[in-house]
Design a protein around this ligand. Structure first.
Ligand code: HQG
Length: 181
């Protein structure tokens, strides 16, 4: 399978499993899972020639492990990044003392005022290393990496979760917990 078709399939899966399942008439359950056979049938009916083998390869080889197939092989979901309301049913976890958020310099002023807000997604996304944060921020412009005092937030009773693929998730980050470069 070519890298192009793998990337295209990954983007298609992100669309229908995170944002717009209705684009192909797919339904997700309350935890974000879709029936894999339904997804393949509906995608093909919509002109997207995906096969089970292709989807399994995308899930296995995806650079960020964006998707998971259930243990019995019948269902698939995105590990994080949803804009639709689903409950990933993650267990709250104590974060490391410091986490990183990659953003763009053009958002700095607003973030200084409001802190980090989740915009269209279900959570604010944080990473445990600054290199990943640079990549995430570069998607939006000139990257700016903020250090988040996650340990202090947790000590104040704010909850953190970690997705299956290692991304740290929280509801919001108030300005007082952000250290600027
Ligand atoms: C910014 C990708 C102004 C925030 C990545 C970000 C991640 C504010 C943008 C995942 C703000 C939202 C999520 C405020 C936050 N004022 N701007 N008060 N608060 N922002 O794409 O974190 O490749 O929804 O800094 O790797 O960039 O898709 O979030 O720049 O893990 O798997 O608002 O998406 O994963 O942008 O990225 P996004 P994100 P995938």
């Amino acid at each position: 399978m070519t890298a192009v078709s793998l990337t295209k399939t990954s983007k298609f899966l992100s669309l229908v499993l995170r944002h717009e399942p209705e684009a192909i008439g797919l339904s997700l359950d309350s935890n974000g899972w879709a029936d894999l056979d339904d997804l393949i049938r509906l995608a093909n009916a919509d002109g997207k020639p995906v096969t089970r083998a292709l989807i399994e390869q995308v899930v296995r080889d995806n650079d960020k492990q964006r998707f998971a197939i259930s243990a019995d092989g019948t269902r698939i979901r995105a590990n994080q990044g949803h804009s639709i309301e689903i409950d990933l049913a993650l267990t709250a976890l104590a974060p490391p003392a410091v986490l990183y958020h990659g953003t763009a310099t053009r958002f700095a002023k607003s973030i200084r005022n409001l802190g980090l807000v989740k915009q269209s997604r279900q959570h604010v996304h944080l990473s445990s290393d600054a290199d990943t944060a640079i990549e995430v921020g570069s998607r939006h412009g000139k990257a700016l990496v903020l250090s988040i005092r996650a340990g202090d937030m947790h000590a104040r009773g704010l909850s953190f979760f970690q997705s299956e693929n290692g991304v740290w998730l929280t509801d919001a980050v108030a300005p007082e917990f952000i250290d600027w470069p």
